[in-house]
Design a protein around this ligand. Structure first.
Ligand code: FES
Length: 183
């Protein structure tokens, strides 16, 4: 993946009056997620997954709200969000295309796929199209090296990819208009 330099030390956290973690969300997490874990901290990742899914990113304000809710330091939440590619601090497109760039996929032509998607959508990795429909990621090994090259369209893995198949998946995502959540 490529790394973006962010001046975090001087960043101003945007806040809104309405909480991102609503009372209804917290009530459900309390009833359904927290009891599954020995500590409240253990529930952090599945709850972050829900926030990411709901808002297509995890706003800084939501991290602070989550830290209060889980009774853990805000830095723990930020560490987790910044470590895993699954979580983003900027809104991602409805369809996130993650093309594997690790060794097996590299050998099997990931670059041609990445270049094609970049040209087709007019975005670089870690960018989102202006219509908010697509985001592009270059990801590390997705655990399916024997079927390289592979890519995720949201949470669905597509194997043995070639450019016509990528084009079809992008066209279907555009047509569905919900980012291809069916893929
Ligand atoms: S290198 Fe791409 S799935 Fe492992």
């Amino acid at each position: 993946m490529s790394w973006k330099i962010v001046d975090s030390g001087n960043a101003k956290i945007e806040r809104r009056d309405e909480p991102w973690c609503t009372e209804a969300m917290k009530a459900r997490w309390t009833a359904e997620i927290i009891p599954r874990y020995e500590t409240r901290h253990g529930a952090l990742m599945p709850i972050l997954h829900e926030v990411q899914h709901e808002y297509r990113h995890v706003p800084y304000q939501a991290m602070i709200e989550l830290a209060t809710f889980l009774q853990i330091p805000p830095a723990e939440v930020l560490d987790t969000v910044s470590f895993y590619e699954e979580y983003t601090v900027e809104p991602v497109g409805k369809c996130v295309i993650g093309i594997c760039q690790s060794i097996a996929c590299e050998v099997c032509g990931h670059q041609a796929l990445l270049d094609h998607v970049r040209d087709e959508l007019g975005i670089d990795p870690h960018e989102t199209t202006e219509d908010g429909l697509f985001s592009l990621l270059a990801m590390e090994c997705l655990g399916s090296c024997d079927t390289a090259p592979v890519a995720l369209f949201n949470e669905t893995l597509h194997e043995n990819l070639d450019i016509p198949t990528i084009d079809r998946l992008i066209a279907e995502a555009r047509q569905v208009g919900d980012g291809g959540s069916e893929h």
